[in-house]
Design a protein. Structure first.
Ligand code: ADP
Ligand code: MG
Length: 321
């Protein structure tokens, strides 16, 4: 089958996965283009690992489909598996093996053998920075080196697509930086999907972020797009002195303004102060109108600001129901 430039590398369509009573995925759809580094961001239990395992043919979906370069992963699991390098969540390292033998073993499993494999091992070792520890027993390596050996095994058959499930979990801060740099480097020639529950990780590593929560996608875009989408009409936050005012009365005044969309009370931890969030109707910045209104009403104005969300805020907003 020929693949046009417009065909995405990976197409995930309406994926559902049920484990007994647990509905881990509830209709996930997205696509990934060749060469993208995409981050799956979501809290623990969101369904990230489940989705990655289905994509890499480790488990079948309950329903829905995954296509890699137009091929259905279930119908063509053999061909598809060759195209993936996979770093599972808890890397099943053979800890008694010498690193070199481990890479040799995995290489053979993936169909790389003989002279090709003998040439390939030092290449991936070099790329992953494990050349110096190839002679060591895997179990005696530091967590950072073990993770690198794991990356090397994922790369041994030179896959087009690299799937990394929480690649930096358990690493110290220096190792985290090293692994992220390595991932970016690997992403130059490959399509990479990584999952993480750590927000800054996707910011520094990924071209695109898919936020997943309770088995559903709640946002999908570049870090910048996500910020812009949320910021196109940011709500205005108004803080005034309570001064015997009832919040209901203030709300009804706010809601009565022709320029105001909706308004709600926001909890404040301070006695004597009240805070409101006002959505403006148009794309206008409603701060000045809010200030004029507060003055006309003789409210004791303490603060007016626009609520621009950072990615952390977007994540919180996207994942709260
Ligand atoms: P994440 O990787 O985002 O933390 P997972 O995909 O591991 O999420 O899990 C999603 C949900 O599915 C969780 O509620 C988890 O407990 C459940 N789950 C995952 N794997 C299994 C399994 N093999 N059997 C039963 N439930 C599972
Ligand atoms: Mg997981």
């Amino acid at each position: 089958m020929s693949q046009s430039a417009a065909t995405p590398m990976i197409e995930v369509a309406d994926l559902w996965k049920r484990y007994g009573e647990i509905e881990a995925l509830k209709g996930i759809s997205f696509s990934i283009n060749k060469g993208e580094i995409v981050g799956f961001l979501g809290p623990n239990g969101a369904g990230k690992s489940t989705c990655l395992k289905i994509m890499t043919c480790f488990i079948p979906p309950t329903s829905g489909s995954v296509r890699i370069g137009g091929l259905d992963v279930q119908e063509h699991s053999r061909a598809v598996r060759k195209r993936f390098g996979y770093l599972p969540e808890s890397a099943p390292l053979y800890t008694d093996m010498v690193a070199y033998d481990y890479l040799k073993f995995v290489g053979a499993l993936r169909g790389v053998t003989g002279r090709k494999l003998a040439k390939r091992i030092p290449e991936v070792a070099e790329k992953c920075g494990v050349t110096d520890v190839l002679g060591q027993v895997v179990g005696t390596l530091s967590k950072g080196y073990r993770q690198r050996v794991c990356l090397a095994q994922a790369l041994i058959h030179d896959p087009e697509i690299l799937v990394l499930d929480e690649p930096t979990v358990g690493l110290d801060p220096n190792q985290v930086v090293e692994i992220r740099t390595l991932i970016k480097d690997l992403g130059r020639e490959r399509t990479v999907i990584l999952s993480t529950h750590i927000l800054p990780e996707v910011l520094v590593t990924c071209d695109r972020v898919v936020i997943i929560h309770r088995g559903k996608i709640v946002a999908n875009g570049t870090p910048q797009e996500l910020q812009e989408a949320q910021a196109s009409n940011p709500p205005v936050v108004l803080r005034i002195g309570a001064d015997g005012l009832s919040s209901e009365a203030v709300l009804s005044t706010l809601r009565g303004q022709p320029w105001a969309g909706s308004a709600r009370v926001r909890p404040v931890g301070l006695a004597g102060e009240m805070e409101f969030e006002i959505a403006s109707k148009g794309a206008d910045d409603a701060r000045e109108r809010t200030i004029s209104l507060a003055q006309a009403q003789k409210w004791r104005l303490l603060e007016v600001r626009r609520e621009l969300l950072d990615l952390e805020g977007i994540f919180r907003k996207s994942t709260q129901e």
